[in-house]
Design a protein around this ligand. Structure first.
Ligand code: ZN
Ligand code: ZN
Length: 339
């Protein structure tokens, strides 16, 4: 039987263990993919540290990946209904929902499906078909997974990886709190989530895009993606940032803010920068990071909308791919390290 290898997380906070694995016999609808690139998401780091209660050990981490189809069992179609074949380059929805429950069919929020599972997060290495994470030479894409064909010649496949997680999550946020043409959008954080936030804001017709983050090189990248004002939180005070943002918005505050920092201080600051009637979209908290006090009267009086955004569904990956392809060149620098 053919063999491949995987990097297996056996113990939290310990190096991943290179492990030889037998490639399983495929069952109907399964696809064997040779991974080209996999992304290291903030969630992977939390899981490696043992901070994510969902992680069964041993585990092949990695929920964002792209690669070439090596083998297919039966007929499998991509999201456009086109049959897939060996040699196709694909990206897939990182999670699979049941498609039958209240959340999938009535609430139309498959991302909240109680049966939803994610490659590299929920199903451990012990469970067949074992190869269910992207930190491996091969992955088995299960029947029922939504699949996108992609062209590795049109876009750097390493960049493409981010569309299925951070890109899709930001698409979900923009679906829930879509800015109107001409809105001023604030983005807090300039990791992959924040940078997608800038690109989505630009492509949604924002009149100004303000970014607060702590790394100069990422702020520069935010500018390339369309940020019109960048504020380094390490070089400015809370008061200075508020003053600059109020000045830029005629004393109103921003129409929409996207929290992509995952810290309580960012959340607390973001709320104060909204205009009355503004919308706060919080996507950055992948694991519990603390609590805060909210002035209930202030939220009511200022007509604020505070929206949490948890993960994403297949349509959001589709939207993220569109935003990515529209601005492929600016996104080319989003990859900070290649390992
Ligand atoms: Zn992720
Ligand atoms: Zn469901």
């Amino acid at each position: 039987m053919a063999k491949t290898f995987a990097m297996v997380l056996e113990e939290f906070n310990k190096p991943l263990v290179p492990t030889e694995v037998e490639i399983p016999e495929l069952t109907e609808g399964q696809i064997l993919v040779r991974i080209s690139y996999a992304g290291i998401c903030g969630s992977d780091v939390h899981m490696w540290r043992g901070e994510d209660a969902r992680t069964p050990l041993p585990m092949i981490l990695g929920h964002e990946g792209v690669g070439y189809i090596e083998k297919i069992k039966g007929e499998v179609k991509d999201i456009n209904g086109v049959p897939l074949k060996e040699g196709d380059f694909i990206l897939w929805s990182r999670s699979v929902s049941c498609g039958k429950c209240y959340y999938c069919r009535i609430a139309m929020t498959p991302e909240r499906c109680p049966q939803r599972w994610t490659y590299g997060i929920h199903r451990g290495f012990a469970e067949p078909p074992h190869l269910l994470g992207c930190y491996a030479r091969h992955i088995v894409v299960e029947a029922g997974t939504d699949i996108f064909r992609a062209d590795p010649n049109k876009i750097d496949p390493a960049v493409l990886v981010s569309a299925s997680c951070s890109g899709a999550t930001v698409a979900h946020a923009f679906e829930l709190g879509r800015p109107q043409f001409g809105d001023v959008v604030l983005v807090q954080g300039a990791g992959p989530l924040g940078l997608y936030g800038v690109a989505f804001a630009k492509q949604s017709g924002a009149s100004q895009i303000i970014v607060i983050a702590g790394t100069e090189s990422r702020l520069e990248l935010a500018k390339k993606l369309g940020a019109t004002m960048v504020l380094n939180r390490r070089k400015t005070s809370l008061e200075e940032r508020k003053e600059l943002i109020m000045e830029a918005t005629y004393g109103r505050g921003v129409d929409v803010a996207l929290e992509a920092a995952g810290t309580v201080p960012a959340f607390e600051e973001g709320i104060t920068l909204l205009r009355p009637g503004g919308t706060y979209l919080s996507v950055g908290f992948g694991v519990p990071a603390g609590t805060t006090e909210l002035d209930c009267f202030e939220i009511v009086r200022r007509n604020l909308k505070i929206q949490g955004v948890w993960v994403s569904d297949t349509r959001h990956t589709h939207q993220a791919l569109a935003v990515l392809y529209n601005d492929a060149e600016a996104f080319s620098e989003i990859v900070s390290h290649r390992i």
